[in-house]
Design a protein around this ligand. Structure first.
Ligand SMILES: Nc1ncnc2c1ncn2[C@@H]1O[C@H](COP(=O)(O)OP(=O)(O)OP(=O)(O)O)[C@@H](O)[C@H]1O
Length: 277
């Protein structure tokens, strides 16, 4: 993967996926591991001592009622919570055998390895090509940008629809196309993990279904971690499901079929069957 660039002096460290530090290496097949993770906003605790290992090249869904900490947990993985002044993180989030909160990890380099897609499609007011190429240019990518743009748009199942209008504004696309453009932008720097925070909740059912199909394809190459309010969606697209309940407690984490068909915790069954939440 790409190296750090000289045009941004803040970028000092590339997170190594193949660290030689065996003592810190996660078990084989684990993309991301949280260890005793606690997160606070001021005095309020949003994540309560969460430990979990997220498998690579699978879809892992984070579900639970509003305010239970799903987005907070997701944002810890690529340190997006750094932007929130009152947010304090304790514990480890391991990626590539390294705690992403270590002092020598550069968050910008980390976010190239762990990309993010948000609830509301947020393309830049730029051409389709420039939206996808944006991150590559910033990082000083020295390969063929047009080729990478094409690959990324194909990877996001958007190429056939936009290949003749690459110079048109990304804002002229439909909501579903804009979200796939944002996915193309996220995969352009060739990340290992893609975080998705309710990526279909602002879309109509047809557009949402296309994104669901795409997520399935993405998991062949990337680790996908998705927050969703839609339990049917979690059941349809994920391999593993983590159920958070009020106070940021991870109550159950297992294969998706097990969570939806035979959960261990009564509280999870009550949540899944709509008794609360
Ligand atoms: N920027 C912030 N400042 C202060 N408190 C916050 C902030 N972001 C989240 N919180 C609080 O942290 C807790 C967890 O919020 P979070 O958004 O992570 O939950 P969530 O499960 O993703 O919710 P939702 O499903 O409604 O998006 C909530 O009590 C919320 O009010």
């Amino acid at each position: 993967m790409s190296n750090t660039t000289s045009d941004d002096s803040l970028i000092t460290t590339e997170v190594q996926a193949d660290s030689n530090d065996d003592s810190a290496a996660p078990a084989a097949g684990t993309a991301v591991a949280a260890r005793n993770l606690n997160v606070y906003y001021g005095d309020e605790q949003a994540i309560d001592d969460v430990t979990m290992e997220i498998p690579e090249e699978r879809v892992t869904a984070l579900i639970g009622p509003s305010g239970c900490g799903k987005s907070t947990f997701l944002r810890c993985i690529n340190r997006m919570n750094d932007m929130i002044e009152i947010c304090r993180v304790e514990g480890d989030v391991e990626f590539g055998g390294k705690n992403v909160y270590d002092a020598d990890v550069d968050p910008v380099a980390l976010r190239r390895k762990i990309g993010m897609v948000f609830q509301k499609p947020n393309p830049f007011p730029k051409s389709i090509r420039d939206n996808v190429a944006y991150g590559l240019k910033i990082q000083g990518f020295d390969g063929d940008i047009d080729e990478r743009v094409e690959e990324s748009l194909k990877g996001a199942a958007l190429w056939d629809e936009v290949k003749d209008q690459l110079d048109s504004s990304g804002l002229e696309l439909s909501g579903g196309q804009q979200q796939r453009l944002c996915i193309a932008r996220a995969i352009a720097p060739d990340p290992e993990v893609i975080l998705m925070d309710e990526p279909t909740s602002a879309l109509d059912p047809v557009a949402a279904s296309k994104i669901e199909d795409l997520i399935d394809d993405l998991a062949e190459e990337y680790t996908v971690i998705i927050v969703t309010h839609n339990m049917q969606q979690a059941a349809r697209i994920s391999d593993r499901t983590a159920v958070f309940l009020t106070g940021g407690e991870l109550v159950e984490y297992d294969d998706t079929a097990k969570i939806f068909e035979d959960p261990e915790a009564q509280r999870v069954e009550d949540y899944i069957t709509g008794k609360f939440g």
